[in-house]
Design a protein around this ligand. Sequence first.
Ligand code: ZN
Length: 168
Amino acid sequence: MTHTPVTRPAEDDERFMRLALEEARKAVEVLDEVPIGAVVVQEGEVLARAHNQTRTRKDPTAHAELIAISEAARATESMRLQGATVYTTVEPCFMCAGALCHARVARVVWGVRDPKFGGCVSLGGVLDEPGLNHQVEWSEGVCADEARELLQTFFRSKRAAKAADSWE
Ligand code: ZN
């Protein structure tokens, strides 16, 4: 489902989402973190890629999207990521959706919805808030099955069946 026209070829979305999925796998395989990954792309070039590190850094804000946005801003020496697209394996939370607006990214693409923390459609629609002075386009469902399977496998391995089942 999408509420805005897809402005890039679908194969590009899948290609970049696969990089985000690689990051999500790193989170779980290297750090035993909840597997979520994000990639920032500008003019077809990957500026940054990151994975969730909340446990490792003991930092509730160390979400994949925030880390990737910060790295991309440093890489470009600009606080604004004009025209950039952020690919993330999971629907951004309220905090990350807010950061996407602050960074002025053009578009965000995510895989699977987050029924517990999603701030874009699941629990609220930050990106569609008409009062914001910057609108971020969004699309969802790219490589959703892979993203969901990583999460379900992770939570099942933690014997958190309820958490595992919450990913539709
Ligand atoms: Zn977040």
